[in-house]
Ligand binder design. Sequence first.
Ligand code: AMP
Ligand code: MG
Length: 407
Amino acid sequence: MRPLEEARAEVLEAVSPLGSETVPLAEAEGRILAEDVIAPGDVPPFPNSAMDGFAVIAADVRSVPVRLRVIEDVPAGSVATRTVTPGTAIKIMTGAPMPPGADAVVKVEVTRQPDPDTVEILESVEPGAAVRPAGGDIAAGSVVLEAGRALGPVELGLLATAGVGRPKVGRRPRVALMATGDELRPAEVAELEPGQIRDSNRPLLRGLIHEAGGEVVDLGIVADDETALTAALSRAATEADAIVTSGGVSMGEYDLIKRVLSARGTVDFWQVAMQPAKPFAFGHIESVPLFGLPGNPVSVMVAFEQFARPALLKMQGARRLFRPRVVVPMGETIDTDPRKVVFVRVALHRDGNRLVARSSGGQSSNVLSALGAADGLAVVPVGTGRVEAGEAVEVELFRHPSAEFGR
Ligand code: AMP
Ligand code: MG
C-alpha cells in the first residue's frame, strides 16, 4: 500500500495550472485570482467623514458649548465649495469629503441647531476625530489580494473597492465525468429492474467538481464494456482538461478498465493506505489527467476530496488546496485500522463551550446516509488505531457545522 501523502504528492506533481483569463467582476465568484492585485489608488480616495455631523476646526470647539456659523451643507457624493475658518462649520454627511480647513467632525448627536445657519457644539473633539483618512482602508500600491486567492463575497467586495472591474483569474478546468457500471440507472428513471441501483456518484461528483471550480462535461453512465469505455474516454480526452471516473477500479473489475485505460494512456492502479477509498487509479489519457475513483459512494467522495479536488484547485492556480481543518476532541472512543489513514464521518456537536466530534453513522464505504449527517471527516493518522473519547482529532470540514446552533 502507498502512503496517502506520497500518492497525493505524485498526483499534484503531475498537474499544472491551465493559464488565466480576464472576467467581469460579476462573473468572478468562486474563481481563483491569477495575479497579485495592487491597489491603484487610496481607499478611501479622499479624507471623509465617519459620521453625520459638523466639520469643524477642533481648536474652535475646545470649550463647549460654543456656537458656530453653518456655511454649507455637504451630502455624500458632493464636495464642499467653502473653506472652514475659525467660527464656522460645514454640515457634513457620512462619507462626504472633508471640507478644506476642517480637521474634525462633531457628530450630530452632540449638537443642536437653533436655526439652519447656526450650530451649537456640546462636546469638544480632538483633531482627526471622526475623520477617515485617505488610504486608511487600503493604501495605494499595497497588495489588496494575493495571486491564488479564492474569490468569495468578501474578496469580490475588496476587488470592487480597489477598482478592479475585470480580475485575471485561473481558467476553470473542464472535467469529463462518467460513472461506470452495468447496474447503474439515472435518478430520473422511475422503476429499477432487479439488480439495478441508482447512480448517486455522478450527481455527487458533479457537485464536488463545481464546488472545486470545475466545469462538468457529463458523459453519463458508461456500461462495463470495452467499446463503450473506449469511446467515452476518447471523447473525454479531446473535450476536457481532466477526467473523473467512478467504479471499476476495485479488484474484481480491475481487468476491464485496466485494459481499456492502458490501451489509451498511462494509468497506474494504486492501493493507497487509506480507508475508505483504498483502490485508486491515476494517470493520463493522451496527456489529460485521469482520476479513477472507486465505486462506493463514500469512497468516491473521500478519494475526490483527497486527490481530485486539490488537483483541480492547483490547475486553477489556487494557493490553498485543502479544506479547512479544526482540532476537536472525539466524543466517543473509536477503533480504526492502524495501517491506514482512516477518514471517519463525523458531525460536530456542541458540548458547553466547545465542539466535539461524534461518528455520524455507519462507516462502511457504501453508506451515503452517514455522509449526509456528517459535517466533515475526522482524519485518523496511520499508526493510531484506537482514538479514546476526549482525545483530539483533526476534522476536515466539508460543511459548516451549523445544525447544533439552530441555524
Ligand atoms: P466498483 O468499484 O465498480 O466495483 O463498485 C463498487 C460498489 O459501488 C458497487 O456496489 C457498485 O454497485 C457501487 N457503485 C458503483 N458506481 C456507483 C454509482 N455511480 N452510484 C452508486 N453506487 C455505485
Ligand atoms: Mg462497477
